[in-house]
Ligand binder design. Structure first.
Ligand SMILES: [Zn+2]
Length: 399
């Protein structure tokens, strides 16, 4: 999906990044308005050039509204002391990327809710303009065009607000709900888990509705009427499901490394050694990864109790959730993985060619129930727990 992007400008010092998937969406939006929206609503029909002009104006204002939504997130985040990486416009709309996560549940709540709030306010403003114009009641083309524009934007902004408030990650409503659960339960991990699940549920609902529209439309013989809506629902549903289930940004980085590793691992598959039963390290984390980012993007995807910490394949230590739980949550946002990992110590790793008996003993003794497996050059190639030792078959990349 990622083709690349470029920086268009800066707004309030924040880089505005245009993804190459975005311009086609702009053109599609203009085309849909010109072909399906305006011809239905305007009687007698306007000439094509006027349709195009009004469609382009509506489209510009629509994406300005999306931008305002993302700016609202960004500016509130800045008030909370968070640095903004950039704002991106892409095929799925907009996305404000923060350098760090909000420090408290209530800060996250305010940042999350700012976007939908701005869309709601914009909708009110356009509605106000619409009512004002209706009062005047002029039938000049200019007045009609303004009327259509205000009507569309009032509706689009209320839609933006409502859709983004759906209560599942990664939508704003999901973030806001997660913040509330985090605040009341005092447990960010369980709050994340709950809202991720709700996000997946919402994605499935959108996909189901899209499929329903197609099937029902075919049955009625009017499939084309709702076809684009159905496609949009399917696409956005799949996107949200993926985003809720795994942090794809992180996943991308991992998968290339995994393929290369898979090739390399085959040579260690020697009967009776650690190499024949180990799992590939499902994920290794870097020592300078902030703990909050680990909780947000890695833990929901990889449900493990222990993670090897490595940089460029070299083992730096072992990070365990039980160790993290010993530290008060208020301190988590200042910590990096490297601050609380167990540093590399002989008891936490084993050579890939070591015997299974030796591995079993070491595993029992170190108290973590986890061993990082290193190749003879010291690179991290696998992981070993009780589970692998119990299994008689080697299993590598389960996913
Ligand atoms: Zn938003």
């Amino acid at each position: 999906m990622r083709l690349g992007n470029f920086q268009l400008t800066r707004i309030f010092g924040i880089p505005l990044i245009i993804d190459y998937s975005w311009p086609p969406v702009v053109l599609l939006h203009i085309w849909l308005l010109t072909q399906f929206w305006l011809p239905v609503r305007i009687r007698p029909a306007w000439p094509l050039w006027l349709n195009l002009l009004v469609a382009a104006t509506i489209t510009a204002l629509f994406f300005a509204s999306v931008l305002a939504h993302e700016l609202a997130h960004s500016l509130i985040a800045r008030l909370e002391g968070i640095r903004i990486h950039d704002i991106q416009l892409h095929i799925f709309g907009g996305w404000a990327r923060l350098v760090t996560e909000p420090k408290t549940a209530m800060a996250e709540f305010r940042v999350a809710i700012a976007g939908p709030a701005s869309s709601f306010i914009l909708s009110l403003l356009f509605t106000f303009g619409l009512l004002l114009l209706q009062q005047i009641g002029s039938h000049a083309a200019v007045s009609l065009a303004a009327l259509e524009t205000f009507y569309y934007l009032a509706a689009a902004n209320i839609f933006l607000a409502m859709f983004n408030l759906l209560p599942g990650l990664p939508l704003d409503g999901g973030r806001a709900l997660r913040a509330l659960l985090w605040h009341y339960r005092g447990d960010i991990l369980s709050a994340t888990r709950t809202t991720k699940r709700m996000g997946v549920g919402i994605a499935y609902m959108l996909i189901s509705y899209g499929l329903f529209l197609i099937v029902y439309g075919m049955y009625r013989g009017t499939m084309w009427q709702d076809f684009l809506l159905a496609v949009w629902l399917l696409v956005i549903g799949v996107f949200l499901k993926n985003a809720a289930e795994n942090d794809y940004r992180h996943k991308e980085r991992q998968s290339a490394a995994q393929t290369a590793q898979w090739q390399k691992l085959k040579q260690f598959d020697i009967e009776g050694t650690v190499g024949s039963v180990m799992s590939a390290p499902p994920v290794s984390i870097e020592p300078d990864l902030p703990v909050t980012e680990f909780i947000d993007s890695i833990l929901p995807v990889h449900r493990l109790a222990t993670f090897p910490v490595a940089r460029e394949g070299r083992l730096h230590g072992i990070f365990s959730l039980s160790r993290l739980r010993e530290i008060p949550k208020e301190k988590w946002d200042k910590l990096k993985v490297g601050d609380i990992m167990e540093t590399v110590d002989d008891q936490f790793f084993i050579n890939v060619k070591a015997s299974l008996g030796h591995a079993g003993l070491k595993l029992k003794e170190n108290g973590l129930g986890f061993l990082a497996v290193l190749d003879p050059e010291g690179f991290l190639v696998g992981s070993l727990t009780e589970r692998e030792l119990g299994a008689d078959k080697p299993h590598h990349f389960g996913e």
